[in-house]
Design a binder for this molecule. Structure first.
Ligand SMILES: O=C(O)CCC(=O)C(=O)O
Length: 264
């Protein structure tokens, strides 16, 4: 499989509509890839809290339209990153969209772990509750977003639901770049799965972004890693390696669940 991670720069100076056009053009340039991935909240920026409400879109809003078309023009599976979604009957959500190569919506994932410790996203957006996996011709994807990366139980839930390739969209800050790389590799090793993690470049809301989108194999080896600036990271990988790794080193079979709590 060929995957292209579009590590787009999110800078305040660029209007959302211009970035949306650029993202669509970058997706079209990836014709020939099997899967293309965009980052988290790339229209507004993950830390532009004051813009979430103003830039929020209904699920089938302008980003949906542009990305559905770009996916079908390029003929690729497209994880279109996430948008600030305005649910007519509820709060805002940090919602990822995944399209088929003919531009149909294949999956919607609402971020489960909201970042901010009672501020920012944690209070401005609602929390998703549902694990999402998507069957592609050669692998099953498990979807996650940014801060989710710190919660291994979510990824175990995805593995239990059949995920073989874990796809994470993010707007991870430069200040915690070491955590990003370490946790992406940890999730790959413990879940014996490919991890495709796509972040943003640039600086918005005064928060320099880490970039360094990364693809890790089920043995924890880094197959490809981007730099800090806008870049398309393209990698070829054999999705069958997930099954082979799980068979040759069957640690997932040794899980012990439902342990007794300490007596005192
Ligand atoms: O966990 C972190 O360090 C970053 C998380 C984050 O920036 C987010 O979820 O938007």
């Amino acid at each position: 499989m060929r995957a292209s991670l579009i590590q787009i720069a999110v800078d305040e100076g660029e209007p959302v509509e211009s970035r949306r056009r650029r993202a669509a053009a970058l997706v079209r340039e990836q014709a020939g890839a099997d899967l293309v991935v965009l980052p988290e909240l790339w229209t507004t920026g993950a830390f532009a809290f004051d813009r979430f409400a103003a830039e929020a879109e209904p699920l089938e809003g302008p980003t949906y339209e542009a990305m559905a078309k770009a996916a079908s023009d390029a003929g690729v599976w497209l994880h279109a990153g996430s948008i600030p979604e305005r649910d007519p009957e509820g709060p805002l959500y940090n919602t990822s969209l995944l399209f088929t190569p003919s531009g149909e919506l294949a999956a919607v994932y609402r971020k489960i772990h909201r970042f901010g410790f009672d501020e920012g996203e944690a209070v401005l957006m609602g929390a998703g509750r549902e694990l999402v996996t998507v069957r592609l011709p050669d692998t099953t994807l498990g979807l996650a977003t940014c801060y989710d990366l710190r919660f291994p139980e979510l990824f175990r839930g995805l593995v239990d639901a059949g995920a073989q390739t874990l796809v994470l969209c993010a707007g991870w800050p430069e200040r915690r770049r070491e955590h990003w790389t370490l946790l992406a590799r940890a999730r790959a090793v413990e879940d014996q799965a490919f991890v495709l993690a796509c972040g943003t470049a640039g600086t918005h809301a005064g928060v320099p972004q880490a970039g360094h989108s990364i693809v890790v194999d089920p043995w924890g080896e880094v197959l490809a890693e981007a730099g800090a600036d806008e870049e398309v990271l393209t990698v070829d990988f054999d999705p069958a390696r997930t099954g082979a790794t799980r068979e040759q080193f069957p640690a997932l079979k040794d899980r012990v669940l439902g342990l007794d709590p300490p007596r005192r």
